[in-house]
Design a protein around this ligand. Structure first.
Ligand SMILES: Nc1ncnc2c1ncn2[C@@H]1O[C@H](COP(=O)(O)OP(=O)(O)OP(=O)(O)O)[C@@H](O)[C@H]1O
Ligand SMILES: [Mg+2]
Length: 240
């Protein structure tokens, strides 16, 4: 059973961003990381994928991923960044191929999974923000790695595409270790198995998504909150 074990601390210069963030993740459960703006969520993913160099460790089945060269690391871990914009006019298919440079992964399969195979000959620079987001997810999927990190994977998607992507991620959870940073608490509560609440660079709460309470949300976000049941879905309502 694949297992990711994490213990990281990170500072930008003097500014301490992540303080001893420690957790593990395994196949078969979808892990969501939530928390306020500036909590350190994106920094955490960048540390896990090796874009930033934290102190501590990131181990996959005991293998220290941070000590590997980038091309080697790419065989094990893929990453969908928080909203970015395409700089180069690759076609959709060429762009997804970039994800496979280390692994000879399945470009067609990945594009079909996100519903963008028919658009493979278009330039990524001409896609909408949401379409580009789907292509970024396809690029990470095509990499075929056993760990997949996603930073706000549904932030540019309409509600229908957002639910499709959440379903896709859910369907992948037995093949991959999935860690997604999410702002949409409703999607996190209803699709993730486990939730980590990051606040000011520390884990303030973690547990099964079904155990997350309004009190936790009130403490972290500084709002009033209720979690109500709507046809079996747990929906967060928040007000000032
Ligand atoms: N390159 C940088 N240099 C200095 N400080 C930075 C840098 N990048 C991010 N930070 C700071 O690190 C902190 C955490 O940023 P991070 O992007 O990880 O937050 P986040 O939880 O992802 O927030 P959001 O929900 O807004 O995306 C913020 O205070 C931010 O200002
Ligand atoms: Mg972020």
């Amino acid at each position: 059973m694949d297992k990711l074990e994490v213990n990281v601390s990170f500072s930008y210069g003097e500014k301490r961003i992540l303080k001893d963030v420690s957790f593990s993740a395994k196949k078969g459960e979808f892990l969501a990381v939530v928390g306020p703006n500036g909590a350190g969520k994106s920094t955490l993913l960048k540390c896990l994928v090796g874009i930033l160099r934290p102190s501590g460790y990131v181990r996959l089945n005991g293998l220290d991923l941070l000590s590997l060269k980038p091309k080697e690391r790419a065989k094990y871990i893929s990453y969908v960044p928080q909203s970015s914009f395409p700089e180069f006019a690759f076609t959709v298919e060429e762009f997804v191929e970039l994800g496979t440079y280390a692994t000879k992964g399945d470009v067609e399969g990945a594009l079909r999974k996100v519903g963008m195979w028919e658009r493979r000959n278009e330039f990524v620079t001409k896609l909408s923000g949401g379409e580009y987001q789907l292509v970024l997810i396809a690029r990470a999927l095509a990499q075929g790695s056993s760990v997949m990190l996603l930073d706000e994977p549904t932030s540019h998607l309409d509600i229908n595409h957002a639910l499709q992507i959440m379903n896709l991620l859910k369907s992948l959870k037995d093949e991959k270790i999935l860690v997604a940073v999410m702002h949409d608490l409703n999607l996190a509560l209803n699709y993730a198995d486990r939730v980590i609440v990051l606040n000011k660079g520390q884990i303030q709460w973690s547990g099964k998504s079904s155990a997350l309470t309004p009190e936790v949300l009130e403490g972290v976000y500084g709002v009033k909150a209720k979690i109500v049941d709507v046809e079996g879905q747990r929906i967060v309502v928040a007000w000032e």
